[in-house]
Design a protein around this ligand. Structure first.
Ligand code: G3P
Ligand code: CA
Length: 290
């Protein structure tokens, strides 16, 4: 039996404590080790979804980052989490009459004028909302790996094909990147399925926790289930691991958004393969503590 499955099964059936389980290692990129992913970049210490956040993750020694992609009014892909610009930029000051300030109602040139750093702290004043192209170039420059979330795909018809075309142009769909440097995820199963159908070589993840009885259907197009951590149990992780994904490998589980040391240790004990966190340094310390 696979080590992760064995661990999760032990907890599920015998109620073994964490102390009896092997502690996973943080910062690794596969195998039996726990992947630590800096959520929206290292968003606990820099403004989310900015170059500063992915640079911060790199400076902290984290190879994996997670970010969100959406589309502007004039069809440019940009890296931002919310469907609106007001929480993380100064859009209300620059464009006071454009409420509700939807990303899809602003051109790329307008969004490029916004300050996406000051809301977080004065030292980040002038940080911009990156275009996906700029962002991919920075992640490449930093030798980082990417969990890219297609955010709100229902608002942006065709965003899957457009995103994949850009990733291809930026060299992210070659065999080296596909092997272990890129995961594309979405809360929309239809979007994940479309990514898989367009480029079957890409590792994909569904964001959510389908019922155990539904997992087999997801395994046709998703290599991973990336789940909100409070919804996970050892038995659920075990059920996911028991299935093979579209690349004929056991499906994996990443847990989000795990920002506490105890929670990270708990997820390690559950046998998850990765943890997505705003504070990767906290998670690394927690899961490597003996
Ligand atoms: O990667 C998981 C996580 O990013 C999903 O939630 O809202 O932060 O995009 P959200
Ligand atoms: Ca996200």
């Amino acid at each position: 039996m696979h080590a992760r499955v064995a661990a999760a099964t032990a907890i599920a059936f015998f109620g073994l404590g964490l102390a009896m389980l092997p502690t996973p290692h943080a910062g690794a990129t596969g195998g039996d080790r726990l992947v630590v992913v800096a959520h929206r970049g290292a968003s606990g210490s820099a403004p989310e979804n900015t170059m500063a956040a992915v640079d911060r993750a790199a400076a902290m020694g984290f190879g994996w980052v997670e970010n969100d992609v959406q589309r502007t009014k004039d069809g440019r892909l940009v890296v931002i989490h919310d469907a609106t610009l007001d929480r993380t930029t100064d859009v209300e000051r620059l464009f006071p009459h454009r409420a509700p300030w939807r990303v899809k109602d602003f051109t790329a040139a307008e969004i490029a004028r916004l300050d996406a750093g000051s809301w977080y702290g004065r030292r980040y004043a002038g940080a911009r909302v990156p275009t996906l192209r700029e962002y991919m170039e920075r992640v490449s420059h930093n030798h980082q790996n990417l969990v890219l979330e297609i955010k709100n795909p229902e608002l942006y018809p065709g965003i899957e094909r457009q995103t994949l075309a850009l990733l291809d142009e930026e060299g992210w769909l070659d065999s080296g990147h596909l092997r272990n440097r890129l995961i594309v995820q979405s809360f929309s199963a239809a979007s994940v399925r479309m990514v898989h159908e367009l480029r079957p070589g890409i590792r994909t993840a569904y964001l959510g926790t389908p019922r155990v009885t539904e997992l087999r259907a997801y395994a046709r197009f998703a290599d991973q289930i990336n789940a909100e951590y409070t919804r996970l149990s050892p038995g659920y992780v075990c059920a996911v691991h028991a299935l093979k994904g579209p690349h004929d490998k056991p499906m994996r589980v990443f847990a989000w958004t795990v920002n506490g040391a105890k929670e990270a240790q708990r997820m390690g004990g559950f046998g998850v393969d990765g943890v997505i966190t705003n504070v990767p340094d906290v998670v690394r310390t927690a899961v490597t503590a003996r």
